[in-house]
Design a protein around this ligand. Structure first.
Ligand SMILES: [Fe+2]
Length: 309
């Protein structure tokens, strides 16, 4: 399955990254569409301000992280830490915010401090994953779509006002309606949301058909067994922080998510981060994840170009 190299490495000469990107913008965009991700290595990024300047050169103003699914902190402005999950945990391959009506088209990762071992951002071509998925499984998802069910609770995971960046219930309801999400208040402080989404999309520029969804990463089977059992005991299945179903609300069998996981695994590639690496990912052409790691690991993240799906 020989597709274009992912990511395409572009070696710098130690000069400022934002200037190099400005000079070569059109060419870089074209290569990003061809390869799905670029690794800019050997440039002087210039800290958080230089990182943001690179985002502005390639994508314009960076986006705000909304309706989040994982804990992050602001480093500065719209530059965030990568997901602050325990170092031992693996984050399965996914496409950022594919559970929303609109998502960032380009993702930026800046390696401020490389990990000691592992800690890569593995990538998988969504064109390749689409091709690997059993046509019968694909057709079933296209016909039934998929549903993300999320619970914002007062004991586990994110609170609704953190996820939606507002303490107003009316505002949450307005945001949900605008985003095609069904909102249901649970008890005093809980919120359950349901959104039915398409599993397969067409890339707005390249026209490629891509496997673009959160079916696997949000599915209960992706949780490590002790976490899964603990959560099921506390929350029950319908109260889990995240879970996925077919669009009609019926469960997705584990054998289906196992198969999808296997497709991601087959398409997955990795590289070891070096200090000041800049990874630019087309969010619809490549899915990304995170390996477990040891040692320090500081990856700054920014997002650009909202889709208008
Ligand atoms: Fe992510």
């Amino acid at each position: 399955m020989a597709g274009p190299t992912l990511p395409l490495t572009i070696e710098g000469d130690g000069g400022p990254a934002s200037e190099a990107v400005r000079r070569d913008r059109a060419n870089l965009r074209e290569r990003l569409y061809r390869h799905g991700a670029l690794l800019l290595r050997g440039f002087d990024v210039g800290g958080v301000d230089g990182f943001e300047a690179v985002v502005r050169e390639l994508s314009g103003a960076p986006l705000t992280y909304t309706e989040q699914s994982s804990p992050r902190s602001v480093i500065k402005g719209k530059v965030y830490t990568s997901t602050e999950y325990p170092a031992k945990a693996e984050i399965p391959l996914h496409n950022e915010m594919s559970y929303q009506a609109s998502w960032p088209l380009v993702l930026y990762f800046h390696c401020v401090e490389p990990p000691l071992t592992q800690g890569a951002t593995p990538l998988a071509s969504t064109r390749a994953v689409y091709d690997l998925v059993d046509p019968a499984v694909r057709e079933e998802f296209v016909r039934r779509k998929w549903m993300a069910v999320r619970n914002y609770r007062d004991d586990i995971g994110l609170r609704w006002w953190q996820a939606f960046n507002t303490e107003s219930r009316e505002e949450v309801e307005r945001l949900c309606e605008a985003g095609g999400i069904e909102a249901q208040w649970i008890g005093k402080s809980g919120l359950r949301t349901r959104a039915v989404r398409e599993p397969v999309h067409r890339h707005p520029v390249t026209g490629d058909t891509v496997w673009f969804n959160h079916v696997v990463i949000f599915h209960v089977s992706s949780l490590p067994a002790p976490t899964r059992n603990g959560l099921l005991e506390i929350c029950g299945e319908e109260g889990l922080p995240n879970n996925t179903y077919y669009g009609d609300g019926e469960p997705i069998p584990d054998e289906v998510t196992d198969h999808l996981r296997d497709c991601y695994r087959q398409a997955s590639v990795r590289f070891d981060y070096r200090r000041d690496d800049l990874l630019v990912v087309d969010n619809m052409l490549a899915s990304h994840g995170r390996e477990p790691f040891t040692g320090p690991r500081k990856i700054a993240v920014a997002m650009g170009e909202a889709s208008d799906a």
